[in-house]
Design a protein around this ligand. Structure first.
Ligand SMILES: Cc1cc2nc3c(=O)[nH]c(=O)nc-3n(C[C@H](O)[C@H](O)[C@H](O)COP(=O)(O)OP(=O)(O)OC[C@H]3O[C@@H](n4cnc5c(N)ncnc54)[C@H](O)[C@@H]3O)c2cc1C
Ligand SMILES: NC(=O)c1ccc[n+]([C@@H]2O[C@H](COP(=O)([O-])OP(=O)(O)OC[C@H]3O[C@@H](n4cnc5c(N)ncnc54)[C@H](OP(=O)(O)O)[C@@H]3O)[C@@H](O)[C@H]2O)c1
Ligand SMILES: *[C@@H]1O[C@H](CO)[C@@H](O)[C@H](O)[C@H]1NC(C)=O
Ligand SMILES: *[C@@H]1O[C@H](CO)[C@@H](O)[C@H](O)[C@H]1NC(C)=O
Ligand SMILES: *[C@@H]1O[C@H](CO)[C@@H](O)[C@H](O)[C@H]1NC(C)=O
Ligand SMILES: *[C@@H]1O[C@H](CO)[C@@H](O)[C@H](O)[C@H]1NC(C)=O
Ligand SMILES: CC(=O)N[C@H]1CO[C@H](CO)[C@@H](O)[C@@H]1O
Length: 483
């Protein structure tokens, strides 16, 4: 109560007090009493939650804590290099980060460097927006052989998060038929001339230039009507230069008849698949010259990764043949007992990401792999909120994440207005957290530090005609940031 009174008094008596409170750099009593919110993560969920909070309340101050020295989450480390237009959201995120009531602290691993309890003591509210950093595992023998990767690691490799590569085989099998699977298939088969103009990492570009991979099979456990990808991404495969689709016409039995019952987006997607599958190969001139193939395979579940006994490497995959129970999007795959072996040297499991718990004090539903919440309010934990993939599970495009983050911000503002989220006591915010981090030898990377990294990356890219050449290790990033 006292704080609120002081703030009002200051605004009405001093013409400069308003700006002192608003820009967050003044340290009048108004500033210490404004609601302080901390967000864990700096992907789309974190930035859209911050943006919405700052807009809805003129007094709230928001600090973002990010594990990596660089911001933007999957926009930097997930989105495919040949989709630069998707990354334009970075401009909006940068505006938010530069807002006077928003601060970025990179290189802070929440759960390790600082606990959620400590954040809760320093802030009125804590929003967990740390995404889905784990992978769903196939749970089949051979998953740990050389030549088997999760899509998460493979995507991380071409986007600068990991070092791995083994592309000296002819056939790659991708499990799962979502958009991530198609991203991976497209990058594996894209002409180097296209990739070299993107922000793909140099080591990945070099490995892809030498790649022996000629054939990529994208395998789903259910049928054509149940694929998880969207039409834009399928069309990109169909139009990929120098490649030819290689489908099994028998997989499409009954699909033409089922078209009439499908909703419009699913119907158009299925029509494109049908046309691609049933088109006579070699019909188009470009197809005659194609030296690379991609195909969707249906009704197959992974049973075992087969090893080359001499080298302990992947030599193939055993797939179980399924039949469908039920119809439409809810149909279930059931093993028939029949199996089929496919020779391949590379297996990429793209069956979805998975959130992981980062702090034992936070409720976590391990079955659904999300934080249990009601409109972003974490259940049984006052002052704790969540947004993004941690809240919903690892599905949805950036626009979906934006919507659900706005919903979380709306819940928070409601709670502040109603008083169910108490923001009356003064909180120390980043001041005490930074002191803690310093004691622990952790040096946060600020947003202007990130801008130094950004500048270096763009300058390095200019030399080779790419939008940027990413720094590949945390050490390198810190070196540039802290210069
Ligand atoms: C491979 C791939 C490609 C995609 N391509 C597209 C696309 O083309 N178009 C589209 O619209 N959508 C795309 N998406 C979906 C989109 O990326 C997601 O909707 C969105 O990124 C989810 O946002 P988020 O903030 O919840 O998670 P994330 O983007 O994952 O952000 C989470 C952040 O939290 C940080 N973090 C994790 N743990 C900690 C910790 N302990 N302490 C502090 N920080 C932590 C992470 O480093 C990360 O920066 C793609 C997704 C994937 C996986
Ligand atoms: N360009 C873009 O806009 C873009 C790019 C990348 C990602 N994204 C978005 O990011 C989100 C995540 O994408 P995603 O591809 O990781 O996930 P997804 O869309 O959920 O696809 C997962 C795929 O894995 C399969 N699968 C799941 N568990 C399996 C199992 N145990 N065995 C075999 N197959 C299994 C699913 O089949 P079932 O259907 O049978 O479960 C599905 O085909 C999606 O919403 C996607 O649209 C968008
Ligand atoms: C913020 O407020 C302080 C104190 O009134 C003032 O000196 C400073 O110039 C302001 N900064 C910005 C960026 O507005
Ligand atoms: C503002 O805070 C800083 C340290 O946080 C302190 O050094 C300074 O004296 C304070 N200024 C005023 C006007 O209170
Ligand atoms: C393959 O694995 C087996 C058992 O793990 C091991 O004994 C053998 O030395 C390995 N061979 C090679 C070539 O790595
Ligand atoms: C986001 O919300 C808006 C407004 O409610 C809606 O029109 C839009 O379809 C939603 N987008 C997604 C991807 O969910
Ligand atoms: C194939 C793969 O990369 N699997 C990883 C999935 O994530 C777990 C941890 O959650 C790792 O242990 C696996 O190696």
């Amino acid at each position: 109560m006292f704080c609120l009174f002081a703030a009002i008094a200051m605004i009405s008596h001093s013409p400069s007090a308003d700006s002192a409170g608003m820009n967050g750099s003044g340290n009048a009593s108004f500033s210490t009493c404004s609601p302080k919110v901390c967000i864990v993560g700096s992907g789309p969920a974190a930035f859209y939650t911050a943006q919405s909070l700052i807009k809805a309340r003129q007094d709230v101050e928001v600090d973002l804590y990010e594990r990596l020295p660089v911001p933007f989450g999957l926009v930097r480390f997930g989105v495919a290099p040949d989709h630069p237009e998707v990354k334009n959201v970075i401009n909006t995120f940068t505006q938010t980060a530069k807002h006077s009531r928003c601060s970025f602290y990179g290189n802070v691993n929440v759960g390790k460097d600082v606990s959620v309890k400590e954040l809760q003591q320093a802030y009125h509210a804590v929003v967990l927006s740390y995404g889905a950093e784990g992978n769903r595992s196939m749970g089949v023998p051979g998953e740990d052989l050389a030549g088997v990767y999760s899509a998460k690691d493979f995507v991380g490799w071409y986007n600068g998060l990991k070092s791995l590569s083994y592309l000296s085989c002819e056939t790659a099998v991708i499990l799962g038929q979502g958009n991530v699977a198609l991203d991976v298939a497209r990058v594996l088969l894209s002409p180097i001339d296209i990739l070299k103009k993107t922000d793909i990492t140099q080591p990945a570009l070099e490995a892809l230039a030498e790649s022996q991979v000629r054939r990529v099979l994208v395998v789903g456990r259910r049928g054509p009507i149940q694929v998880a990808c969207t039409i834009k991404e399928l069309r990109e495969m169909v139009n990929l230069p120098n490649t030819r689709p290689d489908m099994v016409a028998a997989d499409f039995e009954g699909v033409t008849e089922a078209l009439k019952d499908l909703q419009r987006p699913r119907k158009r997607l299925t029509e494109l698949m049908l046309k691609t599958a049933l088109e006579i190969p070699g019909e188009k001139e470009k197809q005659n010259k194609a030296s690379r193939f991609w195909g969707l395979r249906f009704f197959r579940s992974p049973i075992e990764i087969l090893a080359d006994p001499d080298h302990n490497r992947t030599a193939g995959i055993r797939l179980g043949v399924n039949r469908l129970e039920g119809s439409g999007e809810g149909a279930r795959a059931v093993l028939t007992g029949e199996v089929e072996d496919v020779t391949c040297g590379l297996v990429i499991s793209s069956i979805g990401y998975k959130s992981i718990p980062i702090d034992p004090s936070v409720p976590f539903d391990s079955r659904k792999a999300i934080v249990p919440n009601n409109m972003g309010r974490i259940e049984q934990a006052a002052g704790l909120y969540c947004s993004g993939w941690l809240k919903t599970g690892p599905t949805g495009v950036i626009a979906t994440t934006m919507n659900n983050s706005f919903d979380t911000a709306r819940s928070m503002v409601e709670d502040m207005d109603l008083g169910t989220l108490d923001v009356s006591a003064a909180k120390t915010g980043s001041q005490s957290i930074c002191a803690l981090l310093e004691k622990r030898g952790v040096k946060p990377v600020t947003f202007s530090d990130w801008e130094k990294i950004d500048t270096v990356e763009m300058r390095r890219g200019e030399a080779t005609g790419k939008p940027r050449e990413k720094l590949l290790t945390v050490e390198e990033m810190l070196q540039v940031a802290q210069k």
